[in-house]
Write a protein of this length. Sequence first.
Length: 160
Amino acid sequence: MGKIRGFEKISVNQFSKDINNDVNLYGNYKLPCRATRKSAGYDFYSLQDFKLNPGEEIKLPTGVKTYMQDDEELLLFPRSSVGFKYNVKFNNTIPKIDSDYYNNPDNEGHIWIKFTNTGSKVWEVKQGEAIAQGSFYKYLKADNDIPKNKERIGGLGSTN
């Protein structure tokens, strides 16, 4: 049986292009995983130390791509403690990763996360700390769904 769903590191070349040439970092960051046996979400970890002051935003690479079945999607959420303690939110509300984002020719399906601190406290993160979580979901199609023949070539906004 082939791969069903999961996470992979982006290639060293894509990592170099998107992040930096630090081979040690490439070899040492963690792929998303569940924190407990009954956790629904897979924790995504920060590749870098950062501080996000109130009113500021930050775009973060994850170094991660994901594969899944054609009728699935990955939805990302801030960790509940991030929203609750700091009022930090994703800029695009709920990031949605489609199955055809994986290995697209533009960026290999590299998942980026953009946060805004809408609270009043500084959010300080150390490299390797969990900052978001993702869950896989099946989705349904409408009776009158007409599939498009268009192929994805990139990321955010690439299909229109």
